[in-house]
Design a protein around this ligand. Sequence first.
Ligand code: S6P
Ligand code: ZN
Length: 186
Amino acid sequence: MNITESKTFINYSTGILKGENVIESVRKLGDIKDIYTDKKAINRMDQDQIAYKVQMHNTENEGKEGGLYIGTSFLYPGRVGDEYFMTKGHYHQKRDTAEYYWCISGEGILLLMDETENTNAVKIYPGSLNYIQGNIAHRLVNTGENILVIGACWPSDAGHDYGSIAEHGFSVSVKSINGKPEVISR
Ligand code: S6P
Ligand code: ZN
């Protein structure tokens, strides 16, 4: 029997995925301006500045039951006013689907919010592993000075519901107060 070659690769120290079925998407500040509380500050910034990139190994059609995706998110450091750069954040469309997040490099906070808007803020740093249960909205916040690199694995039928977050937001924001991250009710 022939032994076949692996076609996709992950670099454990950088999180970078390479090879077959790897796709990448980019979110610029202008694409996500609505998530920030300080509207004046975001409007003064370069709308083409990259906020984050997401790579994923796209092996299944989205919506396929029983499949998995793996991906790496690269969230740049920075602030909009006092608020740290963050991802849009989402619930999964199919609510009761979970996800793993593990931190490869950088430091930050993982915001986890249930549907009654109770939010937990979890410190993340290289080696930290978080299991995100179903029905929990998740958002990454980069509180460090380097790129926050996060690996993720989620079901291919999870989907993304950005609408609920766009409408109601998260119940807290993470701001730099006297140079230190603080989680503040919105
Ligand atoms: C997918 C997973 C991540 C995020 C990525 C960007 O379920 O949670 O790959 O998509 O971190 O965040 P967002 O909120 O813009 O999708
Ligand atoms: Zn997710």
